[in-house]
Design a protein around this ligand. Structure first.
Ligand code: GRF
Length: 204
């Protein structure tokens, strides 16, 4: 496995994928390569974005497989073809099962639009907004067996303003996602992250 070779799993618009690609292309993440983008949804804008940058873009249809291990084995097969050492979940809307996670434990990173461990799962921004928090934000973390429970790499706070709607808040959180996700990827590919139990040590 080569830690500078990256696979990105997506399900939607792919703005976080774009932020990774842009930061690689402008040299902020040096010596890293997005080798393949895999979507579990056909025709996503994320796949188009990948193609636009000459990156291999693959739709893997979950309905073609009898079960989750079958589906995840196909993803593994594609990833292995590209000697991938880092898997990014960038708006990938499935819980990763042991088939895919086990070989990539400590090499799989997710972005979540809330300050974990608060508001895991779907619609983190809306959950936080509905709860009435005064501060929310986003979290980049290693993936473990739980839903958004893995060791935290970087978090960024975003204040909730008096006249915010959930959508306006989500937009401001997204801006910060586009900063901390590439930053975490840079730290990983430069070998500056060490997982120590629940803690991620950063030596930058
Ligand atoms: C982001 O808010 C991310 O935090 C969450 O899903 C959304 C994906 O957006 N996991 P995009 O596809 O990267 O634009």
């Amino acid at each position: 496995m080569n830690i500078t070779n990256i696979a990105v799993l997506v399900s939607g618009r792919g703005s976080n994928l774009q932020s990774i690609i842009d930061n690689i292309e402008n040299g902020t993440i040096p010596h890293a390569y997005v080798k393949v983008v895999i979507s579990d949804v056909d025709g996503t804008y994320a796949l188009e974005r990948a193609q636009h940058h000459g990156i291999k873009a693959v739709f893997v249809d979950p309905n073609k497989y009898e079960n989750k291990p079958g589906f995840e084995n196909e993803i593994l097969r594609i990833i292995a073809q590209h000697d991938v050492g880092l898997v990014l979940l960038a708006g990938y809307m499935r819980v990763v099962g042991p088939t895919l996670l086990t070989p990539y434990k400590g090499r799989m990173i997710n972005i979540h639009p809330a300050l974990l461990p608060s508001f895991p799962g779907l619609h983190g921004q809306q959950q936080a907004f509905d709860h009435g928090v005064k501060v929310s934000g986003c979290t980049v973390h290693f993936v473990d067996e739980g839903v958004d429970t893995g060791p935290i790499i970087i978090q960024r706070c975003v204040p909730v303003l008096e006249d915010d709607t959930a959508d306006v808040l989500a937009d401001r959180i997204l801006e910060q996602e586009h900063r901390i996700f590439p930053e975490a990827v840079r730290l990983f590919v430069q070998g500056k992250l060490t997982i120590d139990g629940r803690k991620v040590r950063i030596t930058d």
